[in-house]
Design a protein around this ligand. Sequence first.
Ligand SMILES: *Cc1c(COP(=O)(O)O)cnc(C)c1O
Length: 375
Amino acid sequence: MKALSGGSTQNDPAVLAGAILTIDLDALRANYRQLRQRLGAVRCAAVVKADAYGLGAATIGSVLAEEGCDTFFVAHAAEGLALRQALGREPQIYVLNGILPGAEMACATAGLATVVNSLEQLAAWRATAGVLGLSLPAALQVDSGMSRLGMEPQEVEQLAADKSLLEGIDVRLVMSHLACADEPEHPANVAQKEAFDLLRAQLPAAPASLANSSGIFLGADYHYDLARPGAAIYGINPTPGRPNPMRPVVHLAAKVIQTRQLPASVGVGYGHAFHTQKPLRAATISLGYADGWHRRAAAGAYFGDVRLPFIGRVSMDSIIIDISALPEGALTAGDLVEIIGPHQPVDVVAGHAGTIGYEVLTDLGRRFHRIYNKA
Ligand SMILES: *Cc1c(COP(=O)(O)O)cnc(C)c1O
């Protein structure tokens, strides 16, 4: 990639930024459509928690709403309120963590639906409904075996025994979450599905939801009435170890700051963690751990198809790369090298960092110039 041409006015953010993050909205739409197609008649919500995995919940949510998505999940009440502002009154917005004490009235007023994770959360939502004299929307989440969020079997029994506990609650969904959906052969998947079926049989009849992105790929048995993908919409591989069926959404390119010739036997970067064996040409690029690039992610950059390995340690604001594989003068200040893209997708970057694509995306820094590309 060459430097962005034109537009080099004084305040052009693309010129001022050290790196450019491009979010491909066409790929995003295509991914959502693909999931919907796999789901057939089953409804497809979108999980846009953590600012849509770092990509911008307001923009992503609007684009998915245009695609016909009418149900969104966020993690926190504040995320729900912000998304309501961005998307207007229409879509259903669920708060996955449930609404924490004190936040009920603001959320109810904004038309958010809570995910009820405990009888305690249920009581607070019921009380809010009572104060408002309204019936308030909720998903009942049961813990089918992940031990993270949701009502335990004893709580479900209590609910079944005492219908008054659901007074003023408009139960829109009964849901649970899979712990091992990205491992299709894991016995926990079948066990959780069976536990989910037993638990929801005790609850009022309502649409059911179990599958996240990977859960969709476990097959129709796991689809129920509504799926809740996040990662796959953003291009993360929902089928680890197999080819990624999704289109890449995120592209990151960093600018070259300067290039230099290095003789043999010099130390490179902090701690001299790298020493040149022979003379090489190096470039310093404008990306560092302050941009959410993991310090131990020893990856490479790409220029065209040529891989340019990182050498030395990742600094806060810069990384040194070996550009000897390129013809002399091929890279100059301001040129862009690919950091996340077709040669090095999000999941590969995650592998270099010893983490998962989810964390790579949610860590993406705030200094990038962001382009929402509608190609
Ligand atoms: C985050 C989350 C999802 C989305 O999971 P992906 O793996 O990103 O598709 C769905 N449901 C719940 C309860 C979640 O917390």
